[in-house]
Design a protein around this ligand. Sequence first.
Ligand code: ZN
Ligand code: ZN
Length: 119
Amino acid sequence: MPNPTVKEVETRLATVQCAICKGSSFGIDERFMQADGEWRGICRKCYYTFPIYTDMEFYLRTQPDIPYRLKEMSCPTCNHQGVSLNFRITMSVRESIYFLTCTSCQKTYPERSSLEAFE
Ligand SMILES: [Zn+2]
Ligand SMILES: [Zn+2]
């Protein structure tokens, strides 16, 4: 699974809303890109920042039940079961968002995570 590019991540972030101002124009602060695949997203309107995790291979290895859930998730466009996880963000303490691609029609979409338990 190739890691997403900065451009791809920026484009796909435009499909979700800022936790603070509800804007949907984001950039990546490249000064904070870390070797372990953790990036920093920044809202272009209110400058709110949030973490982006791009090393999904590592994530899936450490969260062994997530690959099974991804196989059971249905694409909203073609109803095919089975999606791949491109990257994820933590928009706020209560909101984690997965960016998925349908393995059948290649449609990309964001989905709020119900895969993680919040206390
Ligand atoms: Zn904002
Ligand atoms: Zn599909």
